[in-house]
Design a protein around this ligand. Structure first.
Ligand code: NAD
Ligand code: UDP
Length: 309
């Protein structure tokens, strides 16, 4: 198959490119390199089944493909808040353009949505049926509401134009190919520990997240794309829930030579207090569940960052 991956030079996208090429597909990676990096896909450039196109998904795209994975969008709060108007445009105009492409080519299209659609949740853990609690005017809204609107567009193109959609809601994911200055908590803590800099916990560190290793999410996305009987939304995340303080302590214990100390900084506005995926739909419908526990995944990620920082 000829498969388009938007945001293919980013963290998750680059792993997805590699996975789909290994299955023998033709992969077209479309990226504007805002947060993505050529070094993430450098080893793929020689592959004759791989093609890269510099393009911004807020503009229309005319290509012929059989499947589309729509990942284009900065995912780290630091990056999506850098140019919030562009973030919303990327999610909303990007979804309209890619859905239009899917409609014309009759390609199946999968949206990389997010646990952020649940906002700062009152329901715990979060099932797909929960409508969420998102502040529509806060500093995270450009991302959260952009992704919510993209989901709306996916379901309206499905109902109105019979576009063949799939929607997954991805929870916090980490692993090799994260940008060292990405600003997300796992990469921050590892890079800080390796450089003997202060480990910056925002707030008192009691807020929780559930961390999923990148290979697990890629497996879930490919299964969802190739399943016939459900369109989603389906949560993809690791139910193992940790406080941010526990994460900091775990990272430090796994880099014993580090002289870093934990420091506390103000909690950013609207930072969700807790997050844990309810994954029974993914288990039942996709036969999927995460295989890589936090310690194992952190080990691989620390190895990666040791080579690049
Ligand atoms: P990332 O920032 O590493 O990758 C995003 C990619 O999209 C980058 O390569 C970037 O250059 C590209 N991009 C941004 N705006 C674009 C535009 N207008 N046109 C073309 N390309 C553009 O982030 P990631 O962690 O790999 O996330 C990939 C997708 O998965 C995103 O849609 C994100 O919202 C979603 N997601 C990620 C997580 C996570 O924890 N990593 C969680 C939930 C959802
Ligand atoms: N966080 C932190 N120190 C950092 C970066 C993040 O304490 O250096 C916290 C952040 O406030 C949030 C959690 O870690 O509570 C996860 O942040 P991240 O940006 O990785 O993802 P998101 O908030 O989007 O889940």
């Amino acid at each position: 198959m000829k498969i388009l991956i938007t945001g293919g030079a980013g963290f998750i996208g680059s792993h997805l490119c590699r996975r789909l090429l290994s299955e023998g597909h033709e992969v077209l990676c479309v990226d504007n390199f805002f947060t993505g990096n050529k070094s993430n896909i450098l080893d793929l450039m020689e592959n004759k089944h791989f093609e890269v196109m510099r393009h911004d998904v807020t503009f229309p795209l005319y290509v012929e493909v059989n499947q589309i994975y729509n990942l284009a969008c900065p995912a780290s709060p630091v990056h999506y808040q850098f140019d919030p108007v562009q973030t919303t445009k990327t999610s909303v105009h990007g979804a309209i353009n890619m859905l239009g492409l899917a409609k014309r080519t009759r390609a199946r299209i999968l949206q990389a949505s997010t646990s952020e659609v649940y906002g700062d949740p009152e329901v715990h853990p979060q099932p797909e049926s929960y409508w969420g609690r998102v502040n529509p005017i806060g500093i995270r809204s450009c991302y959260d509401e952009g992704k919510r609107c993209a989901e709306t567009l996916f379901f309206d193109y499905y109902r109105q134009h019979q576009v063949d959609i799939r929607v997954v809601r991805i929870f916090n994911t980490y692993g090799p190919n994260m940008h060292p200055n990405d600003g997300r908590v796992v990469s921050n803590f590892i890079v800080q520990a390796l450089q003997n800099k202060d480990i910056t916990i925002y707030g008192d560190g009691s807020q929780t997240r559930s961390f999923q290793y990148v290979d697990d999410v890629v497996e879930g996305m490919v299964r969802m794309m190739n399943t016939e009987h459900i369109i989603g939304p389906v949560n993809l995340g690791n139910p193992g829930e940790f406080t941010i303080k526990q994460l900091a302590e775990k990272v430090l214990s796994m880099i014993p030579e580090s002289t870093s100390k934990i420091v506390y900084e103000p909690l950013p506005q609207d930072d969700p207090k807790q997050r844990q995926p309810e994954i029974s739909i993914a288990k039942k419908e996709l036969g999927w569940e995460p295989k890589i526990a936090l310690e194992e995944g952190l080990g691989k990620t620390i190895e990666y960052f040791r080579h690049i920082v």
